[in-house]
Write a protein that binds this ligand. Structure first.
Ligand SMILES: [Zn+2]
Length: 447
């Protein structure tokens, strides 16, 4: 990377975004504290969030009162477990009551997702959180400069996610080669490979299924990619076959990051790759057993996350539908943030069209994102003969549900170029509890 570019990058941030630098320095300092000191930081942030949520959101005020919880009585981790879990249904049914009063709306960043469970929800993220500094912390673990160019495989299907001139200007001098994974045609993939080799990005970032699909395409067509320093994937788990293909084709190590639309950056692998470091200074992650109690160290359970940074839309003990376990290990890299194991329950697939086009799971999970109120849950299943079943449970309390479903159907038809049969099936129940169902699946052979 050129010396001048790095200089310009730092100059830009020091001038316009000093807060990000300060936050980065703080994160770097914290990640080597003793486990006790880290626990102290986590606990004091947890308490502050509980008080904020109780004082400023109608939802938590009511829920704490109903359960006879006084925030002042939450003095230990044990007390904390008295707070009822927050479910995806709570997010759907109490969206407005979860918004913190008194916070300026300019800090709200709305986001919606089908997540890994097929129950669409929307939340508000807090724009005041300097997300770049969290990314830089992890870049440092991978020996990647904050000013590095990136290749990004992402959904760019609507205005919010489309790459625009102003976004490019904001990123300057960092450049990003972008592949829209909502519709990966062979033509688009070839164009992206050319752009990639011209840019020579240090980091490749995307959903693991999409990155693997690109790797397979490159290998089958005997193309080459300029090797990056790190491949940063989300959407685990992935098979060892996928990992070895991706690392072989890109000639670079693959790192797993765990995050979601509701709470991004929960944990991430370092260079050792023996688990994912939980960002314990920013999130409180619990693993919950079948009796709704915390699991023992090493035991797998449902993940409950408390986002210690989001003061616009507090998420406390949110069951996000994923599973994982805490590891009882210290990492050789020197970072003292606790380790967790890769996450289960996010195994989602692609839908394929006979002409070779692939609709990525990253896109399919979002087909109701424009209007998550319309359906209570949905499932996409593709038969071996390419027939696509979109099953959904309508939310009949929402007047425009039928229109929204029709729009999703026409989007699917358009993106599959009217080449496959699409059957839209209304149902009153899709079997999943806490989201262990694989909700996008395809029986079409991969090649
Ligand atoms: Zn480590």
């Amino acid at each position: 990377m050129s010396w001048l570019k790095t200089k310009l990058f730092y100059l830009k941030f020091r001038t316009f975004k000093k807060g990000v630098f300060l936050s980065y320095a703080q994160l770097k300092q914290r990640e080597r504290l003793s486990p006790d000191e880290l626990d102290k930081i986590n606990w004091s942030k947890t308490k502050a969030l509980i008080h904020h949520a109780y004082s400023f959101t109608p939802f938590y005020k009511k829920r704490f009162d109903q359960n006879s919880i006084d925030p002042h009585d939450i003095k230990t981790s044990q007390d904390f477990t008295r707070i009822p879990f927050l479910t995806r249904d709570d997010l759907r049914n109490h969206f407005h009551e979860l918004i913190a009063k008194g916070v300026d709306q300019k800090h709200f960043s709305p986001t919606a997702t089908g997540g890994s469970t097929g129950v669409p929800v929307k939340v508000l993220l807090d724009k005041r959180v300097p997300a770049s500094s969290i990314k830089w912390r992890v870049y440092d673990w991978w020996n990647v400069s904050p000013a590095a160019n990136m290749a990004k495989l992402w959904r760019a299907s609507d205005a919010a996610t489309k790459d625009t001139f102003s976004k490019r200007l904001k990123r300057w001098p960092v450049k990003i080669a972008l592949l829209d994974v909502s519709e990966m045609s062979k033509h688009a993939l070839r164009g992206f490979v050319d752009e990639f080799n011209e840019l020579k990005p240090e980091v490749v970032h995307g959903y693991v299924g999409s990155v693997d699909y690109l790797a397979s395409f490159v290998e089958e067509n005997k193309l080459r990619l300029s090797p990056p320093k790190a491949i940063w994937v989300t959407g685990s788990p992935f098979s060892s076959v996928q990992r070895s293909r991706i690392e072989r084709v890109f000639d670079a190590p693959l790192y797993d990051q765990y995050g979601s639309s509701e709470v991004n950056w929960m944990a991430c692998q370092c260079g050792q790759r023996r688990g994912l470091h939980i960002v314990h200074d920013l999130r409180r992650i619990e693993f919950i057993n079948g009796e709704d109690a915390p699991c023992g160290v090493g035991d797998e359970g449902d993940i409950s996350v408390t986002d210690l940074e989001n003061y616009c839309f507090p998420l406390i003990r949110y069951l996000n539908g994923d599973r994982g376990r805490l590891l009882d290990e210290r990492c050789a890299c020197g970072v003292t943030l606790p380790l967790m194991d890769c996450v289960k329950g996010r195994n989602i697939e692609h839908v394929r069209v006979p002409d070779g086009t692939v609709l990525s799971a990253a896109y399919l999970t979002t087909i109701f994102d424009d209007c998550p109120e319309a359906v209570k849950s949905f499932r996409i299943k593709q038969d071996e003969d390419y027939t696509l079943h979109l099953r959904f449970v309508p939310n009949k309390a929402y007047p425009l549900w039928a229109k929204t479903v029709n729009e999703a159907e026409s989007q699917l038809k358009k993106r599959t170029h009217n080449r496959i049969r699409i059957l839209v099936e209304e149902t009153d129940h899709i079997g999943h509890v806490r989201g262990k169902l694989q909700f996008i699946s395809s029986d079409v052979p991969a090649n």
